[in-house]
Design a binder for this molecule. Structure first.
Ligand code: ADP
Ligand code: 5GP
Length: 219
């Protein structure tokens, strides 16, 4: 399924690009976001994954601080009150949130950041950055499965969730899939390598946006 040999896809000369690109990816649970993002992160080593906070319990193999910051509900609520989140939402019965410090300092230093967040979170980010310079260097992409049937196969095939959790995620998927038109780009994850290549092309196009460049050819 996976071809791990994607060449380094970073721009060869990014000298005039000083503002980072935020790549926001949403899609239903089981669409393959983690799998595809892992390939993208390998191919673009300077891309930083924004490690979200969540109140859900870790899946086997998930590492605290790498996949998520796994938090007790009280600590999650405290971070909300303290205004530490760029966005946060209840998803499939658990709290999820993006810490400002996972994103803002890196973008300001010209780094690229990948955010895997749900459609509610993406809406919050879209609203928050509207009319600010951040809007010019944030790219919203929806990653979809080829069909609902394939989504179900993938959720079951992952083998990490209880039947009740799978059912809930499939119910939510219909609502999430209906939101794909809110995004600038749509990538159908049929083959992982193709989807990763599409995301890399989107990221590279984000780099070339005039709105994300700081360049004065007459200086
Ligand atoms: P998400 O992060 O969107 O919830 P995952 O990355 O965990 O989804 O993928 C769900 C399951 O589907 C995993 O078992 C993964 O290996 C598998 N998968 C992901 N992309 C593909 C693909 N293109 N073809 C077949 N299986 C895939
Ligand atoms: P999972 O539990 O399968 O890792 O993620 C479930 C859902 O939560 C996915 O749709 C994922 O994109 C979303 N998610 C992960 N992190 C965040 C976050 O920080 N904020 C929001 N709003 N959603 C998130």
């Amino acid at each position: 399924m996976d071809r791990p040999d994607i060449p380094d896809a970073r721009p060869k000369d990014s000298s005039m690009n000083r503002i980072g690109t935020a790549l926001v990816i949403s899609g239903p649970s089981g669409a393959g976001k983690s799998t595809v993002c892992a390939q993208v992160l390998t191919a673009w080593p300077d891309l930083r994954f924004s490690v979200s906070c969540t109140t859900r319990t870790p899946r086997p193999g998930e590492v605290n601080g790498k996949d998520y910051h796994f938090l007790a509900r009280a600590e999650y609520d405290r971070l909300i009150t303290a205004g530490e989140f760029l966005e946060h939402a209840e998803v499939h019965g658990n709290g999820y949130g993006t810490l400002r410090r996972e994103v803002e300092p890196f973008l300001e230093r010209g780094g690229d950041v990948l955010l895997d967040i749900d459609v509610q979170g993406a809406r919050q980010v879209r609203q928050r950055i509207a009319g600010t310079p951040l809007a010019g260097h944030t790219v919203f992409t929806f990653l979809a499965p080829p069909s609902l049937a394939v989504l179900e196969q993938r959720l079951r095939g992952r083998g990490t969730d209880a039947e009740e959790v799978i059912r809930r995620r499939l119910e939510n998927a219909r609502c999430e899939l209906a939101a794909w038109r809110e995004y600038e780009y749509l990538v159908i994850n049929d083959q992982v390598t193709d989807a990763a290549a599409d995301l890399l092309a989107i990221l590279r196009a984000g780099h070339c946006r005039s709105t994300s460049a700081m360049w004065d050819p007459l200086a």
